[in-house]
Write a protein that binds this ligand. Sequence first.
Ligand SMILES: C[S@@+](CC[C@H](N)C(=O)[O-])C[C@H]1O[C@@H](n2cnc3c(N)ncnc32)[C@H](O)[C@@H]1O
Length: 463
Amino acid sequence: MLLERFRMQTEMMEAPDEPTKADASSEDMPILEFSGTIDPVVDIPNEAEILIYSKDQSYLTHGIHRFPAKFFPELPRYLIEKYSDSRQVVLDPMCGSGTVALEAMLMERLAVGIDIDPIAQLITRVKTTPIDPEILMLASTWLIETIQERYLTAGYEPDIPRFNYQDNWFHSFVIKELAIIRSTISDLPNSPLGNAISSEEQVDITNFFKIIFSSIIRDVSNADPHCTRTVIRQNLQRSILPGNTIGRFRENLEKQIDSMIEFAKVCSQLQFKEVRLPQSRAEDTGLDSDSIALAVTSPPYINAVDYPRTHQLEMYWLGLAGDEPLSKMKREYIGTETVYKKEYRSLRVSGLSALDPLLEAIFDKDPRRSFIVFKFFCDMKMQLQEMIRVLRPGARYCLAIGNNVIRGVPIPSQEVLGELATSDEVGFELEKIFFSGLIRHFIKIPRKERMRGEWVLILRKPQ
Ligand SMILES: C[S@@+](CC[C@H](N)C(=O)[O-])C[C@H]1O[C@@H](n2cnc3c(N)ncnc32)[C@H](O)[C@@H]1O
């Protein structure tokens, strides 16, 4: 019955567009609708479909920076409250913009967030680091005044980071304004205020400014704002005039200062507050065995978001791209599309009954895509094995996964992951699965291949 329903859902997924009640539910299973926070006493039935009307997408620091396929805070909030207790360790091994880490922190759990992406790491750090409001106001006033002064000083030449196709991505006056903002942020430690605060405070405030800086880069570039990937559109109707870049930075800063002050106030009332952001990866976290009370995550979608490419402009400006070519970095991500020809010359199979016929069907049309799908599930197998190692016996791993269509072949990722997670090589029990309708994400995928929601698998490590 469960598998039949999975298949039925997968077929329906091929139809384009946003979720509607009729799309994803069967007659005998009404959609459960939630407006805002879901009470943790609610037991979402196995196979149910839920629809959350999010009220909190920009609550406190949640809205500080856009991120592809971000969680609505309400879903992780519910899972954290339902499946963990205060002061227990809650992990998101692919934390993206840190939605789970922030929610776990606000619920007085010890939040652990891991992500391979440097922009994701920085957003998560800033989102979960309260800053003293008084110092923040002083630093922001100094920053804005100094940027303005430098902008108006004829002959002021800021340091400009060099990267490929820079002049295609940005107008020359935008480059200069971005460079002024960037160099002023990095001068904060040498300012009179910088000298009066601790080095830890300097780092926290500088990171906060860097994230506000990062949040405007795409908007002032020549890249298509509606496309997740960073691509230039010749006919882009966007007019950026001299002075707009600095103006936009100031606007965003003012808005996010208010959010940060509110966040700091909430944090000051927490009885317990601890966040750890280790530099590791989801398949090899470096965390102790049996140490985690709950893990909640949403892995990348297969074939949907190329994170290094999406964040390339921000990484160049923030000096986070490193010296290696982007393609080398891309290969490290789960769900990567950067694969070698020799890897997909022949059909690769997984031994999973839910996956192998699909790999074969895709291989007939596109061997490379078939290998990308195969690799995604191989990487996820290692990730699941790592989770069963670090979770305490009896603890849950809540995994939200969207399924999609590759070269016309529907991929029921939830079904494949269910089979993988419960295989002898991994060892989870599948406690339940439900479908969470998706309202809107900052993500642009071809209409036919668009996901209309996510499956949430509640996996349990045996006692
Ligand atoms: C769908 S996003 C997570 C979004 C997140 N739930 C949020 O609310 O912002 C998936 C994340 O997985 C990360 N990722 C991909 N491969 C990884 C790996 N090997 N280790 C850790 N993180 C990885 C990506 O960088 C991306 O940030």
